[in-house]
Design a protein around this ligand. Structure first.
Ligand SMILES: Nc1nc2c(ncn2[C@@H]2O[C@H](COP(=O)(O)OP(=O)(O)OP(=O)(O)O)[C@@H](O)[C@H]2O)c(=O)[nH]1
Ligand SMILES: [Mg+2]
Length: 439
């Protein structure tokens, strides 16, 4: 699903990787690439621009935390924006009414009949009694198709083969469902190749006659921007309640999924991902965004970091780095924060692509232990001002920490290098130097 878009977005994030912080300059080209990726995925230009502007605004305002790269942080921000774009949370269908009536609309071949069967199957599994009604009076085969599906899932199908008025059939179906004590009635309707007036009139008449609890518009996601246009046309006449995106199992570009909510202001409620009766899912904008990015792991990594890392502490340390007062106590505090996030190796493993390089360098909790021990064997004064740590102090520290003078020397040397680097770097560069040292 959305493979192309995923690849392009990933490429866009890569251009930001390895940068110390998100600035106006280095984020500009990445944002441009994200916008191009969205437009290539058939997202409306205006929507793509709005989204990427918002991504940029958010990225510039946010502190980059140690343990996540700017590219990862940006991935999280993009995921948030795409989620918002698609509606934030799942909106369930209305299951009230006696009987509860669900009207299915859409163009020909969009997947209405298949979806009707799937929904019936799902509602049945939830313990509801369901009736399917065939209101496609133009193709006799359509009635048979629904009958076959009904048989397959064990759901009764209401038909009137000789009746030519779909409004009448719909009304009768409602009555029948009520008489039979069915909880839900799903009404499958006929489609046309393109939006035409007669079809609109017919489906609008059915809606008016039965006043359904829920009207769903089914659209083939493969049709991209066209899907959005059709949805808008249907919505104008039908004022439907929700959208069903079908054929997301195919080679679809993503434009429909990303644009419909914004342009039609109706939520996507279900997605359909295959021809089988169980290939139906509730639409969850956040999950979809993660799938589009192909990076659910990165998103949860950043979330974890944001939850764990004490922003106040990060700010305090950044100040010290700026004033060139970064000491071993600060170093220890940063190490503690990273450790709080859990097993370091696992954390690194969660990072796709980038993780590879880091994965080879063994950063597990144990490898931090000697460093910790050495720092803890220092006096507060030594931690604050490592310059005073002479030869005899080094020997004492090595002894106290159960390490060798060599290890102490190495840490002091690296720490000194890091402090030098911090001098010349901007505030987040310091954090990066810190993570370099930890390797
Ligand atoms: N791959 C895939 N195929 C689907 C999906 N949904 C429906 N189809 C197929 O798309 C074709 C059309 O589906 P239908 O359910 O008959 O579509 P319809 O909207 O009822 O079509 P009309 O009644 O002719 O307007 C069928 O071959 C289905 O098997 C889906 O999610 N994925
Ligand atoms: Mg059909």
């Amino acid at each position: 699903m959305f493979d192309n878009l995923s690849v392009k977005l990933d490429r866009a994030f890569k251009t930001l990787k390895g940068q110390g912080s998100i600035t106006e300059i280095n984020v500009a080209s990445t944002v441009k690439e994200i916008r191009r990726a969205l437009i290539d995925a058939d997202v409306n230009y205006k929507v793509a621009k709005e989204v990427t502007d918002s991504i940029k605004q958010k990225a510039l305002g946010r502190d980059v935390l140690i343990a996540v790269s700017p590219g990862q942080l940006l991935t999280k921000i993009v995921a948030e924006e795409l989620t918002l774009l698609m509606g934030e949370t799942n909106v369930p269908i209305d299951l009230t009414g006696n009987p509860n009536t669900i009207l299915i609309s859409g163009l020909q071949g969009s997947g209405k009949t298949t979806f009707s069967g799937k929904l019936a199957n799902q509602l049945k599994k939830q313990g509801r009694t369901v009736l399917l009604a065939a209101c496609d009076v133009y193709r006799p085969a359509a009635i048979d198709q629904l009958k076959v599906l009904g048989e397959q899932i064990g759901v009764e199908v209401y038909t009137e083969p000789d009746e030519k008025d779909p409004v009448k059939i719909a009304k009768n179906a409602v009555k029948y469902a009520k008489d039979q004590g069915k909880k839900s009635l799903i009404i499958d309707t006929a489609g046309r190749l393109a939006v035409d007036e007669k079809m609109m009139e017919e489906i609008a008449a059915i809606k008016k006659a039965i006043d359904p609890s829920e009207t769903l518009f089914v659209v083939d996601s493969m049709t991209g921007q066209d899907a959005v246009n059709t949805a808008a046309a249907f919505n104008e006449r039908l004022d439907f309640d929700g959208v069903v995106l079908t054929k997301l199992d195919g080679d679809t570009r993503g434009g429909a999924a990303l644009s419909i909510r914004k342009e039609v202001t109706k939520p996507i409620k279900y997605i359909s991902t295959g021809e089988k009766m169980d290939a139906i899912d509730l639409f969850h904008p956040d999950r979809m965004a993660n799938r589009i990015l192909g990076m659910g792991d990165v998103v949860s990594l950043v979330e974890k970091a944001q939850q764990t890392f004490d922003q106040e502490e990060a700010r305090r340390i950044n100040k010290k780095i700026k004033k060139n007062q970064f000491g071993f106590d600060d170093f220890l505090s940063q190490m503690e924060q990273i450790k709080k996030m859990g097993n370091l190796k696992d954390l690194m493993g969660m990072i796709p692509g980038v993780g590879k390089a880091i994965k080879d360098i063994d950063i597990d909790d144990d490898s931090l232990k000697p460093i910790e021990a050495i720092i803890k064997s220092m006096t507060p004064k030594e931690r604050e001002n490592p310059d005073i740590i002479n030869g005899s102090r080094r020997q004492r520290i090595a002894k106290g920490s159960g390490t060798s003078v060599n290890q102490v020397n190495q840490l002091l040397k690296q720490f000194e290098q890091m402090r030098k680097m911090m001098k010349t770097m901007n505030k987040m560069g310091g954090a990066k130097a810190l993570s370099n040292l930890m390797r």
